[in-house]
Design a protein around this ligand. Structure first.
Ligand SMILES: C[S@@+](CC[C@H](N)C(=O)[O-])C[C@H]1O[C@@H](n2cnc3c(N)ncnc32)[C@H](O)[C@@H]1O
Length: 361
C-alpha cells in the first residue's frame, strides 16, 4: 500500500462516490486517510496507477513522497511545474518559492527549469501539452496543519474526452450528456463485466462508454433518427479508438423493454427545456408529471435489470435560490433500493441532475 492524493474535478462528492465504486470493481484496496473538499489522501495498492485514467470525475493522481518534507527525495527534472492545493492564502509568491527550492536541488544534478501554469496548480491539459510524464508536476497539498508533498503519476485525459464528444460525426449538443459524466455513471454500477443497456441512448454517449470499457453494449431509443445517428457514432468510435467490442442498437420505447441486462445506465427524457427558474409549486407539478412516465419506465426496467441501475432524475433550481428534489418511494415498491444519490449542476442549465445509484432487490 502506498499513500496517494487524488484531485477531483468540479463535483467532489460525485467523484468520491465514483472512485469508491471504481476501486471495488477493480479490486483495488483503499483506506481513506483525509478527505477535504476537492481532494483526498488515501492509502491504496499500486494498481490504482494503472487504472486511474478510466475515472471520469478525477483529475490527477499524486504519489505522496513526504509529509512536511520529501523535497530531497523528488526525482530530478529538467522541466517541471508546481501545484499548490488547499492553501488558504496560496499565491504566486508561495508558488515561486516552492518551485525555486526544488529547482535549486535539481540544479545540483543538471539543468532545470519550472514553468508557470494558468493557476497555482497545473491542470491535466497543461501537463499533457508540456510533455507529461517526462515533464513532472510536484504538488504541495496543505491541510491546515502542514502539507503533503508528492508527484503526479497519472492524469485523466481531457483531450480524449473532448474527442469522444465533439469529434463524433452525429451531434446533438443540447441533449447529449458529457462523456466525462457517462464515464462516471458507468463506473457507479461497480461492475467490471456484463451486459449493459441505455434505454434512452440518444446519440450514444453512454453506449460508447460501455464499449470503451469492454462491456456488452446495448442501446435503444424511441426516435429512429437518433438511433441511426448513434450507429454512425459507434462505427466512428470503433475506427478512431480501435475498439473491438460490439454493440446492439434498436428503436424501442423504454416502457417496453426486453431481454436481461446486468445494469441499466441512462439519462432519460428530462422534460421540456426550462425557460426560467420555477416556483416550488411549479417544480412539484413538473416533477409529478414526469414521475408518472418514470414509473412506467421503471416497471419495465424491473423486468430486465438484474443487478444495478444508474439513472438521472431531474431536480429543479428554484426562483428562491433553493433546489427541489423529489423522493420516490415507489422505487422501493418496484424492488429497487437506493444506494446513493448525487446532485450534479451544469452551469448554464436550470435543470439539475439527481443521479440515483440503485440496487436491484
Ligand atoms: C436526454 S436524451 C438522452 C441523451 C443521451 N444520453 C445522449 O448522450 O445522447 C433523452 C432521449 O430519450 C429519448 N426518449 C424520449 N422518450 C422515450 C421513450 N419513451 N422511450 C425511449 N426513448 C425515449 C429521446 O429520443 C432522447 O434521445
Amino acid at each position: 500500500m502506498k499513500l496517494y492524493a487524488i484531485i477531483f474535478g468540479k463535483n467532489p462528492d460525485l467523484s468520491w462516490g465514483e472512485f469508491n465504486a471504481f476501486a471495488r470493481k477493480h479490486n483495488i484496496r483503499v483506506h481513506p486517510v483525509l478527505r477535504k473538499d476537492g481532494w483526498v489522501i488515501i492509502k491504496s495498492s499500486e494498481d490504482l496507477e494503472r487504472e486511474f485514467r478510466w475515472l471520469g470525475g478525477a483529475l490527477k493522481l499524486i504519489r505522496i513522497i513526504g509529509r512536511d518534507s520529501g523535497l530531497d527525495k523528488a526525482p530530478y527534472s529538467k522541466l517541471f511545474t508546481v501545484s499548490i492545493y488547499g492553501h488558504r492564502n496560496g499565491d504566486w509568491r508561495l508558488w515561486r518559492k516552492l518551485g525555486s527550492e526544488l529547482k535549486a536541488r535539481f540544479k545540483q544534478i543538471g539543468p532545470s527549469k519550472f514553468f508557470k501554469p494558468a493557476s497555482i496548480f497545473a491542470m491535466p491539459s497543461e501537463l499533457i501539452l508540456k510533455g507529461f510524464p517526462r515533464v513532472r508536476d510536484f504538488s504541495f497539498i496543505f491541510d491546515g496543519e502542514g502539507f503533503w508533498f508528492g508527484e503526479t503519476v497519472a492524469v485523466t485525459d481531457p483531450f480524449e474526452l473532448k474527442k469522444l464528444d465533439v469529434g463524433r460525426p452525429y451531434q446533438r449538443p443540447i441533449l447529449s450528456i458529457p462523456p466525462r459524466l457517462a464515464r462516471i455513471m458507468v463506473n457507479l454500477t461497480g461492475l467490471r463485466r456484463g451486459k449493459l443497456l441505455d434505454p434512452f441512448c440518444g446519440v450514444g454517449t453512454i453506449v460508447q462508454e460501455f464499449m470503451l470499457q469492454g462491456f456488452e453494449a446495448y442501446g435503444s431509443d424511441v426516435d429512429g433518427r437518433v438511433v441511426r445517428g448513434a450507429r454512425k457514432n459507434l462505427e466512428w468510435l470503433r475506427r478512431e479508438f480501435n475498439v473491438r467490442s460490439r454493440y446492439v442498437l434498436e428503436v424501442r420505447d423504454a416502457r417496453n423493454l426486453r431481454g436481461r441486462f446486468d445494469a441499466v445506465v441512462t439519462e432519460p427524457y428530462l422534460g421540456k427545456p426550462l425557460k426560467r427558474e420555477l416556483s416550488i409549486s411549479e417544480a412539484k407539478r413538473a416533477s409529478k408529471k414526469l414521475d408518472s412516465f418514470y414509473r412506467e419506465v421503471f416497471r419495465s426496467i424491473s423486468n430486465v435489470a438484474t443487478r444495478s441501475v444508474v439513472f438521472t432524475f431531474p431536480a429543479f433550481r428554484l426562483r428562491n435560490g433553493g433546489v427541489y428534489r423529489r423522493n420516490r418511494e415507489w422505487l422501493e415498491d418496484l424492488g429497487f433500493s437506493i444506494e446513493a444519490r448525487y446532485l450534479d449542476y451544469e452551469g448554464r442549465h436550470r435543470l439539475i441532475r439527481d443521479i440515483h445509484v440503485l440496487k436491484v432487490g
